[in-house]
Design a protein around this ligand. Structure first.
Ligand code: ZN
Length: 167
């Protein structure tokens, strides 16, 4: 069973004027599969309560959630990074990766797996080092916030090495 995850910005106040934030709208619920399990994500998007402020028209998203999701993907970034690690660092076959994910309770079709591997490749190729560092930090915070124990081994991976591997 998927757990319900409610996501909202970590900011308590408007970054422009300091007024309280209010709900702007609820994003469409989405299914999200992470290394830690499956979630049914309900995101509340906020805006500033002050009509005179530019923050009134702004949509403040839930940063922790936005950092780990990709448009139109139900698999989170940690799953994609994990697949890339198995593929390019441990040189596993797609079958072995499927089995590994299956042991974590993640069922994935061969088509989805090859698709996510391509996503991983384009992410690594497209991002400069500082972005990878940024993602690594965000991912680290996210994983730490769900389960501190999982963070260590995965986050110690060297993404620069992964970047070289797919060039
Ligand atoms: Zn404001």
């Amino acid at each position: 069973m998927a757990q319900v995850l409610e996501a909202v910005t970590s900011m308590n106040r408007c970054p422009f004027c300091g007024s309280a934030l209010r709900r702007k709208y609820n994003a469409n619920p989405r299914r999200l599969i992470t290394l830690d399990g499956e979630y049914y994500v309900l995101e509340r998007v906020s805006r500033c309560s002050n009509r005179e402020c530019p923050g009134y028209e702004t949509s403040f998203r839930a940063e922790n959630l936005q950092a780990i999701i990709l448009p139109r993907k139900i698999f989170s970034l940690d799953v994609i990074m994990y697949i890339g690690t198995l593929r390019y660092e441990e040189h596993k076959t797609y079958e072995e990766i499927r089995e590994d994910l299956g042991n974590k309770g993640i069922r994935i079709s061969m088509g989805e797996l090859t698709n996510l591997t391509m996503t991983f490749e384009s992410l690594i190729k497209g991002w400069h080092e500082e972005h990878i560092q940024e993602i690594k930090e965000k991912l680290g915070e996210y994983i730490l916030s769900i389960d501190g124990k999982n963070a260590g081994s995965f986050m110690e991976k060297d993404y620069k090495e992964l970047g070289k591997a797919v060039k």
